[in-house]
Ligand binder design. Structure first.
Ligand code: PRP
Ligand code: URA
Length: 237
C-alpha cells in the first residue's frame, strides 16, 4: 500500500470511528452502509458520470432498498392464498396504510419506489426550498392532509444536510397527529443527522450512508451535489 493510500485508509477509519460513536447513540437510525450493492449504487449516484436518467434510476433502486429495510416489521395478518399447486396456502398481508410524503422537489424521485414497495399507500407532499443564505427551509406548498391522527407517515428526501428541512416536515406531520413517522434519506451529514435525531427522537430514520461533513454552503461532502438539480436535469453547479 502506498503512503497516500495508507493515509487515506487511516483518515477513513478515523471518520468511520467517529461515525460509529455518533450513530451508537442514535437508536432510531439505520444505515445501509454494510450493504455492498447499495454502496455500489451510491457510488454511481455520487459520480459526475451519472446523467439525469441514470441518476433517477439509481435513486429509485436505492429507495427501494431503504423502504424494504424500514418496513421489514410492518404489522401484518395471516391470509390464505391459492397458488398454482395448492389452494388455501398460508400467506401474509400487511395491515397499515401508509401516507408517503416526498419533500419537493428532490423527494419526488423517491416516492414511486416507496409506493411500489408498500402494498397500500396514499400520497401527499410538502414543498420546501432551503434559503441559500440562511440555510433555513421556506415552506411554499402545504399538501398534507389536515388530520393525520393515528396514521403512519413516511417522509422521503434524498438529502439530510443541516436537517432543517426534514425537521420542519417531521414537526408538521406530528402536529397533525401522525402516530408513527419514518424518514427515508439517501445521504445524511453526520452533524445534521445528530441534530435531527436529538430534536425528533421518535422518528425512525433509514439512510443509505452518512457523510462526514457539510461545506460552507451547507452541502454534504463528499455528497452528490444538488439532488434536485440532478434529478431534474439542470446543469451541475
Ligand atoms: C434540498 C434537499 C433537502 C434539503 C436538505 O432541497 O432535497 O430538502 O435541501 O437540506 P437541509 O437538511 O439543510 O434542510 P432544496 O431546498 O435545495 O430544494 P429542492 O429539492 O427543490 O432542490
Ligand atoms: N441539498 C442538496 O441537494 N445537496 C446537499 O448536499 C445539501 C442540500
Amino acid at each position: 500500500m502506498s503512503s497516500h493510500e495508507a493515509e487515506f485508509t487511516k483518515q477513513g477509519s478515523d471518520v468511520s470511528e467517529a461515525r460509529t460513536v455518533a450513530l451508537g447513540i442514535m437508536d432510531n437510525v439505520t444505515t445501509l452502509e454494510d450493504h455492498t450493492l447499495v454502496a455500489h449504487r451510491l457510488s454511481e449516484l455520487r459520480s459526475l458520470e451519472s446523467d439525469q436518467n441514470r441518476f433517477g434510476s439509481l435513486v429509485s433502486t436505492i429507495t427501494s432498498a431503504l423502504a424494504h429495510e424500514a418496513f421489514r416489521n410492518l404489522p401484518s395478518k395471516p391470509v390464505l392464498i391459492d397458488t398454482p399447486v395448492l389452494a388455501g396456502a398460508p400467506g401474509t398481508a400487511v395491515l397499515d396504510e401508509i401516507v408517503v410524503v416526498p419533500i419537493l422537489r428532490a423527494g419526488l424521485g423517491m416516492a414511486p419506489a416507496i409506493q411500489e414497495a408498500l402494498p397500500s399507500t396514499r400520497l401527499a407532499c410538502v414543498g420546501l426550498k432551503r434559503n441559500e443564505a440562511t440555510l433555513q427551509p421556506d415552506l411554499y406548498f402545504d399538501g398534507l392532509p389536515g388530520d393525520l391522527t393515528g396514521v403512519t407517515v413516511v417522509i422521503c428526501d434524498p438529502m439530510l444536510a443541516t436537517g432543517g428541512s426534514l425537521g420542519y416536515v417531521a414537526a408538521m406531520v406530528q402536529e397533525r397527529g401522525a402516530s408513527k413517522v419514518v424518514a427515508l434519506c439517501i445521504l445524511a451529514s453526520q452533524e445534521g443527522l445528530a441534530r435531527f435525531v436529538s430534536a425528533h427522537p421518535n422518528v425512525k430514520v433509514v439512510v443509505a450512508a452518512v457523510d462526514p461533513e457539510l461545506n460552507n454552503h451547507g452541502y454534504i461532502v463528499p455528497g452528490l451535489g444538488d439532488a434536485g438539480d440532478r434529478l431534474f436535469g439542470l446543469p451541475v453547479r
